[in-house]
Design a protein around this ligand. Structure first.
Ligand SMILES: Cc1cc2nc3c(=O)[nH]c(=O)nc-3n(C[C@H](O)[C@H](O)[C@H](O)COP(=O)(O)OP(=O)(O)OC[C@H]3O[C@@H](n4cnc5c(N)ncnc54)[C@H](O)[C@@H]3O)c2cc1C
Length: 490
């Protein structure tokens, strides 16, 4: 592959070597660039891969992407999905609406993964970063206190890069994970998932809903969701050995599982694939100077649109910790909290998506009827659909086991509607005055932004990724800066 005249040379040393420039690697690199952390991002591919893959960006992810200056453009070009529906053919069983979510983004943003990656890559460039494309990580060796990695360049030569930390954002078949000897136990169910981005005929009943709709039937699961550019995403469970669906296959799936009586609804299949969703979780997310992020650390059924979102939030959790440790603000133990905080989130996700995939693909009619009755009953139970919306939007993710007794809990999300963020800076929110403070009246010192927030009952110290680090802290900025170094989540 010819080397582009503008491609920067691969550095020999860096603080953080990131292998893989999918959504998680790009998020990590953009975050580190914003924080001024020296890093190198490599990807074996010559360019961003076309195709849709993950199509839903959840509110919690948009909140993080706000902090690194990506959400506004992404939202402008995407489509706002209102919520999720579960149907038995045309009969609605349960609907969760995102409308009432307490977030600046009360919707599920529908945008192709390719578009999300393009926006992240553009932002990385704006921040002075780059992706070394066509560079493949072959392996690494320990080189205390960091690692030395071997990389092939686009012209096939071997290069060595030494780094204090290595982050594997290199997907399900992660070279970093394998070279680090980190186990990736789990299952690989036989069943395939068929994915197609389709143009439906105007007036088709399948196209009528603004929601992502799961059709549950004895014939199997079918998900239909609006996308941008007048397209719809279809996802369906299909038998092993099935080929990527064409127009006839999608119409047959819609006819068997979608709104009853619908036929000939598809004009065009724009992109299609089948893949085998695995259910796996890395045994460790950190091993000394090595970290796993995104699909390299966890993979599961795509039902619910959670995978890419979880990876982006992994990256957000790790970025500020690397910055704090590399700048000497916090001890190295802070980095252990990456595994402690994110592995349980991923474990829960693998378990819940697996359970959902199982109940959504019941083929026994009696069991299907019981499931549907249960879902209808759940929909009628106050609070259930709001709880579900919070969960799918990933707004309920927290790093505490403390029960909610009404007081601020360390490790819970602080809504940006309560304490507006200031990029990836720490925020000290002080009670009062009664009117919201304009942005130019906030004060900034070192890594800390101080703002007064109406209605707060106590002082809150908010982490760069939007979680509560401390409550009732001193208000003197020097004391708080010292406190930041001691904020090692337990
Ligand atoms: C067909 C399909 C459909 C999907 N649909 C959905 C969906 O609807 N919803 C959902 O949430 N998720 C979906 N997913 C999963 C989603 O795409 C992933 O969760 C997401 O891509 C994970 O991002 P990542 O950055 O961790 O890894 P990846 O996107 O896999 O990126 C890994 C990157 O690492 C690079 N790389 C790998 N090895 C090396 C190496 N040795 N050296 C250098 N670079 C390397 C690769 O080139 C790649 O760019 C789907 C996946 C597929 C395949």
């Amino acid at each position: 592959m010819p080397k582009s005249p503008t491609a920067p040379a691969l550095p020999c040393h860096t603080d953080v070597l990131i292998s893989g420039a999918g959504p998680t690697g790009l998020t990590l690199a953009a975050s580190l660039a914003q924080l001024g952390v020296d890093h190198v991002l490599i990807d074996r591919n010559a360019e961003i891969q076309p195709g849709s893959k993950a199509a839903a960006v959840q509110p919690r992810t948009l909140e993080y992407l706000d902090r690194i200056g990506v959400s506004a453009d992404l939202v402008d070009g995407g489509k706002k999905g209102r919520g999720f529906c579960l149907h038995d053919r045309e009969k609605a069983l349960l609907r969760t609406s995102y409308d009432r979510l307490s977030t600046p983004h009360p919707y599920m943003l529908l945008a192709s993964q390719q578009t999300t990656e393009e926006h992240l890559a553009r932002r990385l460039e704006e921040l002075g970063g780059t992706v070394h494309r066509g560079h493949r990580l072959l392996g690494f060796a320990p080189d205390f206190p960091g690692i030395t990695a071997t990389v092939t360049t686009p012209d096939g030569t071997l290069r060595v890069v030494s780094a204090r930390y290595l982050v594997g954002c290199d997907g399900v078949h992660s070279t970093v994970r394998n070279a680090a000897g980190i186990g990736f136990p789990g299952d690989a169910p036989e069943q395939l998932v068929a994915i197609a981005d389709v143009r439906l005929k105007p007036g088709s009943r399948a196209a009528a809903s603004e929601d992502a709709t799961f059709f549950l039937s004895d014939a199997g699961l079918l998900l239909l969701s609006p996308l941008t550019h007048g397209l719809h995403r279809m996802v369906a469970s299909v038998p092993p050995g099935s080929a990527a669906p064409d127009v006839g296959d999608v119409e047959a799936l819609l006819a068997a599982r979608g709104p009853a009586g619908e036929s000939g609804a598809v004009d065009e299949v724009v992109a299609a694939a089948t893949y085998r969703a695995q259910e796996r979780l890395a045994e460790r997310f950190r091993s000394g100077p090595v970290f796993l992020v995104g699909d390299a650390a966890h993979t599961h059924s795509p039902a619910g649109g959670q995978g890419m979102n979880t990876g982006i939030q992994d990256a957000g959790n790790l970025a500020w910790k690397l910055h704090a440790v590399l700048t000497g603000v916090a001890p190295d133990e802070l980095l252990d909290s990456y595994h402690r905080e994110r592995q349980p989130v991923a474990a829960q996700l693998v378990a819940s998506t697996s359970q959902f995939a199982r109940i959504a693909t019941l083929t026994d009619p009696a069991a299907g009827r019981r499931r549907n009755a249960l879902l209808s009953a759940a929909a009628a139970t106050p609070g259930i659909t709001d709880w579900l919306a919070d969960t799918l939007a990933q707004l309920d993710i927290s790093y505490t086991r403390e029960p909610d007794l009404g007081a601020p809990r360390i490790g819970t999300r602080v809504s940006p509607l309560t304490v507006p963020p200031d990029g990836l800076r720490w925020t000290l929110a002080l009670p009062g005055p009664s009117a919201p403070q304009p942005d130019h009246q906030v004060s900034r010192r070192g890594p800390l932004t101080v703002r007064h927030v109406p209605g707060l009952s106590t002082t809150l110290l908010v982490r760069p990724d939007g979680y509560l680090a401390a409550a009732g802290v001193p208000t003197d900025q020097n004391d708080v800066t010292d406190l930041i170094g001691q904020c090692v989540p337990q």
